[in-house]
Design a protein around this ligand. Structure first.
Ligand code: MG
Length: 287
């Protein structure tokens, strides 16, 4: 095919510049361990200098940290993004005491998340290591949807949501694809139940684009970011660290939530974090 034919097949750009006029912003967020710094204030200073707009704390002890976090973010262009788990027990526990422990601690975190204006609290229904667990059956799925409905309605009353996180099969066989998490969120029949994608776990998916699109803007409430070989900083795994297919989905659905770093590093943190942010912004602009 000649180059003129290729040019004729190229997507037409709109009046405002087509895809280059795409104004969807990449809202980057860091978990608490990502930025270098000896205190929360030092970490937030580093983040602000890089233009990071979200902060994702753990849910552990969150109720006691609401004032500390609110004060630390006051006057900054950084908001709480999601809250990462931190509860005890698990929702599919067979032992009623473990289930009660989940209900109590999760609701405490959800209330604190609401007070902080968070987009939601991340949860996994059951890690492979959590036993005894309800069997992976249709009845269990129905039970999960019922329980999530109640939890989602509670989260809404607090001004936030609960976010289902699919993991890779080695960590959580129960729910490992974004589409499955989105379908469970839908079937929970509560606007307070959402889902997310994690580029590390999404190695299980056949398509980053398809996975994120399957949740769409209605259910996709958060995204986790890491390199794709060793779960370190994007760019540290070289050619493996391509996010453009997923970014294209986020842009097309006009995703307005956060893409939040959840990963380690093998290098000098200040350098690898800065390089990772630059790499993601380059790839975002490309699509
Ligand atoms: Mg994750």
């Amino acid at each position: 095919m000649g180059s003129s034919t290729l040019a004729a097949c190229a997507p037409k750009e709109g009046k405002k510049g087509g895809k280059k006029g795409n104004k969807v912003t990449l809202n980057l967020s860091f978990q608490e361990g990502i930025a270098p710094g000896n205190s929360l204030a030092e970490k937030l200073d580093f983040m602000e200098n890089l233009g990071i707009v979200g902060f994702e704390p753990s849910g552990k002890n969150l109720a006691a940290r609401v004032d500390e976090i609110t004060q630390a973010l006051s006057g900054r262009n950084i908001k709480v993004s999601a809250i990462c788990a931190g509860f005890k027990g698990f929702i599919l526990a067979e032992d009623p005491e473990v289930k009660t422990l989940f209900d109590t601690t999760m609701r405490e975190i959800v209330a604190a998340a609401g007070a902080l204006g968070s987009v939601g609290v991340i949860m996994v229904p059951a890690f492979n290591s959590q036993k005894p667990c309800m069997p992976h059956t249709l009845e269990t799925r129905n039970y999960l949807c019922e329980q999530l409905h109640e939890l989602g309605e509670y989260a809404l009353s607090c001004g936030t949501t609960v976010i289902l996180e699919p993991l890779n099969r080695k960590e959580a066989f129960y729910m490992r694809l974004v589409a499955d998490a989105a379908a469970i969120a839908r079937d929970a029949q509560s606007a307070g139940v959402k889902c997310m994608g994690d580029f590390w776990h999404m190695k299980e998916e056949t398509s980053d684009y398809g996975a994120l699109m399957s949740a769409g803007k209605e259910y996709l409430q958060h995204v986790h970011m890491a390199s794709r070989g060793r779960r370190i900083m994007p760019g540290e795994d070289g050619e493996l660290d391509v996010y453009t297919d997923g970014f294209r989905a986020l842009k097309e659905m006009e995703y307005d939530k956060y893409v939040s770093f959840e990963c380690g590093t093998k290098g000098d943190r200040a350098t690898t974090v800065t390089n990772a942010v630059n790499l993601l912004r380059e790839q975002w602009e490309k699509v």
